[in-house]
Design a protein around this ligand. Structure first.
Ligand SMILES: *Cc1c(COP(=O)(O)O)cnc(C)c1O
Length: 376
């Protein structure tokens, strides 16, 4: 059986976790957490990078820091993971789902402006498959309407839009290090922002509402409860795992890219015959090979395809059930305008096995099985 995903493991994870244990400090903001944040600041040119317990939690922090309040509206795609929505629902916001572009599966930037009302507070673009949304347009709309932009860059580690790292373009950027993402720490994420004015608020929010971060820097001699907060800092044990991955980030990314390119090249004849559709990468985007998906003609053919692959030992998966059609989506939001592509395209998409060190033989078997399916 060829798995759909296997959590990345590069070799030094256990060694670094042992080092964390030996240091006698395994709580948050230890040596490895600092190394990881510093790495991201240097590689992604972000002023601020806070390691968090998940991308969901990074989104929650971004929602609080954006000042989203009950009654506010937030614009987001319906084709996304639930966390994109949850973080804003938690603040009492109401969700306004805007349709996606069929080519990238990202928020259709040309539809956003019409969805803005006097209640709109933020736009939340999701960079699906690590392929950037049309950020220049989105930032321009946000600027003219005084809206915050929170990038859901959960899948966007080391992806770029016009040379900028995803997660560093909007007011806030949220990354994920869940085991299904390119780099992992089991559960974890990061919050990026460029405006240093948010630093103190972010530190307090992340540290249970206290100014303990200032205390550790020696800037104050005791810490107290300053504001609303929660606990968004991961254990240094998890950060130690991530550090081993960051050190090998190029290797992980190159390996995934080789798989992505292999699939893309090998499956091209099927796309030429219009049996499938392949991913589209706009020219301003450098992607990170987060996923390889293809599209079948419709829901029925996709189910048949997934079933055939599974029968022949290949795990492929689909996602997402559009949020606006889910019980919570109906309760907390509404779809703006016409659902031309969200439902239709989501029903056609299927993701092929993609993980670090997927073997050449396995990739070839996946492709062969797909050809067999179409040659039956
Ligand atoms: C994975 C993912 C998340 C959630 O990340 P966690 O780290 O598991 O909280 C949010 N949004 C998108 C688009 C994702 O793919």
């Amino acid at each position: 059986m060829i798995d759909f995903n296997i959590a990345p493991h590069t070799g030094n994870e256990v060694k670094y976790i042992q080092e964390a244990i030996a240091s006698g400090k395994i709580c948050g903001d230890g040596t490895f957490t600092k190394k990881c944040s510093q790495w991201m600041k240097e590689h992604f040119y972000t002023n601020q990078a806070f390691l968090t317990t998940s991308c969901t939690h990074a989104l929650e922090m971004a929602a609080v820091l954006s000042g989203v309040k009950p009654g506010d509206e937030v614009i987001l795609p319906s084709y996304t993971f639930v966390s994109t929505a949850d973080a804003f629902v938690q603040r009492g916001a109401s969700l306004v789902f805007v349709d996606i572009r069929p080519d990238t599966m990202n928020l259709d930037e040309t539809l956003i402006e019409d969805a803005i009302t006097e209640k709109t507070k933020a736009i939340v673009p999701v960079h699906y498959a690590g392929v950037a949304c049309e950020m220049d347009t989105i930032m321009n709309i946000a600027k003219r309407h005084h809206l915050k932009v929170v990038e859901d860059a959960a899948q966007g580690f080391a992806s770029y839009y016009k040379g900028k790292s995803l997660g560093t373009i909007g007011d806030f950027g949220c990354l994920s290090f869940h085991e299904t993402k390119n780099l992992s720490m089991g559960e974890g994420g990061a919050l990026f922002f460029q405006n240093n004015a948010y630093q103190e608020k972010a530190e307090i929010l992340r540290e249970k509402g206290t100014d303990r971060s200032k205390f550790f820097r020696g800037q104050i001699d005791k810490y107290t409860w300053q504001d609303y907060g929660s606990s968004y800092l991961p254990s240094d044990l998890n950060a130690a795992y991530l550090w081993a991955q960051l050190e090998m980030a190029d290797d992980i990314q190159n390996d995934r890219m080789a798989t992505w390119n292999f699939y893309n090249e090998a499956l091209k004849p099927l796309a030429d015959k219009e049996l499938i559709e392949q991913p589209f990468i706009p020219k301003d985007c450098i992607h990170n090979a987060h996923m390889y998906y293809i599209k079948l003609p419709n829901l029925e053919s996709r189910s048949d395809f997934i079933h055939y692959l599974r029968e022949h030992g290949v795990m492929s998966v689909f996602h997402y059930i559009p949020l606006h059609s889910a019980p919570a989506g109906k309760k907390y939001g509404r779809f703006f305008g016409e659902d031309r592509y969200t439902t239709k395209e989501s029903e056609r998409l299927v993701r092929l096995p993609m993980y670090y060190q997927l073997s050449q033989a396995d990739k070839e078997y996946v492709v062969k099985t797909i050809f067999d399916y179409f040659n039956r």
